[in-house]
Design a protein around this ligand. Structure first.
Ligand SMILES: Nc1ncnc2c1ncn2[C@@H]1O[C@H](COP(=O)(O)OP(=O)(O)O)[C@@H](O)[C@H]1O
Ligand SMILES: [Mg+2]
Length: 313
């Protein structure tokens, strides 16, 4: 449906996007994941025709953005990272304004405004001026504006940054529902949990380059497919370490004060063996954490750095 071929963009001597290529199929929720400064917004701006790439190409249903900008832009809905609303207008007026910018009029505009207000959960606030909205409500209206011409592909650039948890969950669920109803979504974020929750396919960007690309499960497995098990214990594990190591011969068990951890492909049986070995020394677990292979681990494996997640908005 959407094909992005080898996009590049340089600012002065700084390469912001350095050869980004991906394809998005109808019905996909495609994630663009990467730390701040990775080149996500620049990529999105080129895909939606806001800025010109130095080189590379964007094709929607085989039509190139360069040759057929109107065809492509009519079918894309962009939700920018920074909120683009008229503060003095009401929610409804904002939607009508942007609808007309996209060439939507009459009964179709009326229907679309109703639908967008419903999707954003703002029907009851339609007559309220945006200046009186909370940050979360503005975010939701910002998304609704991106939907006003009922695009085939919705492109969202970090739509949950800087808002409270409740609004964030509302937005995530809205995006998930839109996608389930058939809308193709491109979702940009530096929160790996959001991409894990929403997306079936993704690309990871770092310093303008794509360092991973594919189905969510395949990208997760770039971490080696190992789960991390952490146990808090009610005693010092030192006396039990030999027994633990014998119970888990393939794993290297790391021990600390009152806790152990190990990496393992199949955590269920390994946890059982560890608990049994500990019990022979009168030690019991207080808490057991199993972290399945995830995007955070994949990013760490690929870059040697952590992709900070949550709490740093
Ligand atoms: N208009 C611009 N002028 C100069 N540098 C820019 C501009 N836009 C982005 N950059 C730089 O390009 C890199 C990628 O930025 P951006 O695409 O905004 O990343 P992200 O959205 O992943 O945080 C950053 O180093 C940023 O400073
Ligand atoms: Mg950005």
């Amino acid at each position: 449906m959407l094909e992005v071929r080898d996009l590049r963009k340089t600012y002065g001597s700084h390469v912001a996007v350095d050869g980004v290529s991906f394809t998005v199929s109808p019905g996909d929720a495609f994630g663009l994941l990467g730390p701040n400064g990775a080149g996500k917004s620049t990529t999105i701006a080129m895909v939606s025709g806001l800025i010109q790439p130095d080189s590379g190409e964007v094709l929607l249903q085989g039509h190139s953005l360069r040759a057929h900008p109107r065809f492509v832009k009519q079918r894309l809905g962009l939700v920018p990272q920074h909120i683009a609303l008229h503060e003095r207008l009401t929610a409804e007026e904002n939607l009508r304004y942007w609808g007309q910018v996209y060439g939507v009029h009459g009964a179709r505009l009326r229907d679309n405004v109703e639908w967008c207000l419903r999707v954003a959960g703002l029907t009851d606030h339609r007559k309220q001026r945006v200046e009186r909205f909370s940050g979360g409500m503005k975010r939701r209206l910002n998304i609704a504006v991106g939907l006003i011409h009922r695009p085939e592909v919705l492109i969202m650039d970090e739509p949950t940054v800087g808002i409270d948890a409740q609004s964030r969950n509302h937005i995530l669920d809205t995006v998930r529902e839109l996608n389930r109803d058939g809308m193709t979504v491109i979702y940009t974020s530096h929160y790996m949990q959001e991409v894990e929750y929403l997306c079936n396919r993704l690309a990871i960007l770092d310093h303008g380059r794509m360092i991973a690309y594919g189905a969510l499960d395949d990208v997760r497995l770039l971490a080696g497919g190992l789960s991390t098990v952490r146990m808090d214990l009610d005693g010092d594990p030192a006396p039990a370490l030999d027994a633990l190591q014998q119970a888990l011969p393939a794993e290297r068990v790391e021990a600390g004060e009152g806790r152990i951890s190990f990496h393992v492909r199949d955590p269920g049986p390994a946890v059982g063996k560890a608990v049994l070995a500990l019990s022979q020394y009168g030690i019991a677990p207080l808490r057991i954490d199993i972290e399945r292979p995830n995007l955070e681990a994949a990013f760490l494996q690929l870059t040697g750095r952590r992709l900070r997640d949550g709490g740093d908005a």
